[in-house]
Design a protein around this ligand. Structure first.
Ligand code: GAP
Length: 493
């Protein structure tokens, strides 16, 4: 359990993440990644790519621009529908997202409710501004996209993309042909998205510029179902909170027979990513089904991935599993006049989309929140592959040739792993510094090393140490960081 202030302080002090443009007082909703945060983020993205692109040989990365023309976002529905309800305080002029202020003042979740209904609630309950007790203005719909003019004359209107998905949809047909018309086809991208959030709060949870990792899977329901049926492990269990229920259930996906098989297959895959690859315990993960009012306007089936984070007060959304039907390709076909349909069994059909969408920043925060321990010592437990450094090397003392020997060991490890060399302070302090940033293994070079070519490896989790010969060191660290081995396997050898 960590509180937000404590975690933010560690993140700033150690070089993970902090508010952007700090020297000018900052601007709410923008964050910078420091040297350790950048490594953690890059590692998370690599694991994400390995896992989700590894699902199928026909899943690929693409990259598209941050700025999109007006017509693209008019077609997608974002110009008309991508809004939140806004109210101002009439006394102090503070702006609030109306559903959030109702939630804060009454405890009721009214996400998805329209402007007029929310205005009724504010009036009937005489809800007032929490800062100054002023009355609220009328509610209004506020479009969350950042608009801009493209080119020197400003005649072309555009927007910063509110989701990475749209660039992918516009490339569907080109990639379908380039990839020799094979289906299902997956196109993934990782990049920035921009939303002019009304009141960005809770650190990296609600940003105005953030990173998304999204995989769009194009397929035809009824035609590709057998493909998913063959792949999926029907006994795999997922923790689900169904719409209208209070209790999370841990159920095998085969029991969810009201959901199509292609959807169940992806629920299981996303759950596997969080449990097996992000190494989060079952009790910290749940997949929550959204009600019709809460669902995004393009979704037919919508579960959010939620992680329990003590620094943010409980369950928080980090991703979404969206069945968008043929909504997006149909809209782009209508607006652009470009064909999006493919021939299936003698007919032309517009493919449907399963979207697996993740907020990178929220996922990084979830790892830090769930991994940070401060009870007996401060240490970070994150998957070895995610750690900014895999291994640190310490000379026990700074004399008798131990520094030189430790530098040899460091050079060899650094050419195989992300390694760090540290000679300053007591070994205890050096362990503590590495514990705080989640370095899973620390190697110490001591006087015995000079005699018998052995070093100690210390494990962050158990604090246990083993002695190994330097000739085996790379293999042992490799099996610990990337292999199936855990530290205790080495004890029992
Ligand atoms: N393409 C689908 C899409 O954009 P979304 O639920 O609006 O769906 C997907 O966003 C994910 O992006 C969310 O689950 C969340 O992790 C992240 N996200 C959305 N808005 C965010 C914000 N303002 N700040 C940080 N992350 C955000």
């Amino acid at each position: 359990m960590v509180d937000r202030e404590e975690l933010e302080s560690v993140c700033k002090r150690r070089g993970f993440i902090w508010p952007s443009s700090e020297i000018y007082g900052g601007e709410a909703g923008f964050y910078d990644y420091g040297h350790l945060g950048a490594r953690l983020k890059d590692n998370w993205e690599d694991i994400w790519k390995d896992f989700f692109l590894g699902i199928d040989d026909n899943y690929h990365m693409i990259y598209t621009p941050n700025i999109l023309p007006y017509r693209a976002l008019k077609a997608s529905g974002h110009v008309d529908l991508f809004s939140d309800v806004l109210v101002h305080c009439m006394r102090c002029s503070e702006s609030y997202r109306a559903d959030h202020i109702v939630m804060e003042l009454t405890g009721n979740n009214i996400e998805g409710m329209g402007a007029e209904e929310i205005e009724d609630i504010l009036e009937k309950n005489d809800l007032r501004c929490p800062s100054c007790n002023g009355v609220f203005s009328e509610t209004e719909d506020f479009n969350m996209m950042f608009s801009l003019n493209i080119g020197p004359t400003g005649e072309h209107k555009g927007f910063l993309r509110p989701e990475t998905a749209q660039g992918t949809y516009m490339n569907f047909f080109r990639e379908y042909r380039a990839l020799r018309r094979q289906m299902p086809m997956g196109l993934a991208t990782i990049g920035s998205a921009f939303r002019n959030e009304i009141s960005p709060r809770q650190g990296v949870y609600r940003l105005r510029e953030f990173l998304q990792a999204e995989l769009q899977i194009f397929f035809v329901p009824g035609v590709h179902d057998t493909y998913y049926e063959e792949l999926y492990d029907e006994d795999q269990k997922v923790r689900l909170l169904r719409d209208g229920e209070d209790e999370v259930k841990f159920v095998p996906v085969k029991e969810l027979d009201e959901l199509p098989i292609f959807y169940r297959y992806h629920l299981a895959k996303v759950y596997e990513f969080y449990h097996d690859h992000m190494e989060l315990p079952h009790e910290s993960i749940r997949l929550r089904e959204l009600s019709d009012e809460e669902k995004a306007f393009y979704n037919l089936i919508h579960f959010d991935v939620e992680i329990s984070m003590s620094s943010l007060g409980g369950w928080k959304e980090v991703g979404g599993i969206h069945y968008r039907g043929d909504y997006d390709l149909t809209k782009h076909q209508e607006e652009s006049g470009t064909k999006m349909s493919i021939p299936i069994e003698g007919e032309r059909v517009i493919p449907h989309v399963m979207e697996l969408s993740f907020g990178v920043d929220r996922n990084i925060w979830a790892l830090l929140d769930c991994g940070y321990h401060s009870k007996d010592r401060d240490w970070l437990s994150i998957p070895n592959k995610c750690a900014p450094y895999h291994v640190a090397v310490f000379p026990l003392v700074r004399k008798d040739g131990i520094i030189e020997r430790s530098l040899d060991v460091f050079t060899e490890l650094n050419s195989n792993f992300r390694a760090f060399w540290d000679k300053s302070g007591s070994v205890g302090k050096r362990y503590a510094r590495m514990d705080e940033i989640g370095t899973p293994y620390c190697v110490t070079v001591d006087y015995d090393t000079l005699d018998d070519d052995t070093v100690t490896i210390r494990d962050i989790k158990s604090k246990e140490q083993i002695r190994v010969n330097i000739s085996e060191l790379v293999d042992v660290i490799d099996s610990l960081v990337f292999g199936e081995k855990v530290f205790n396997d080495h004890f029992s050898e």
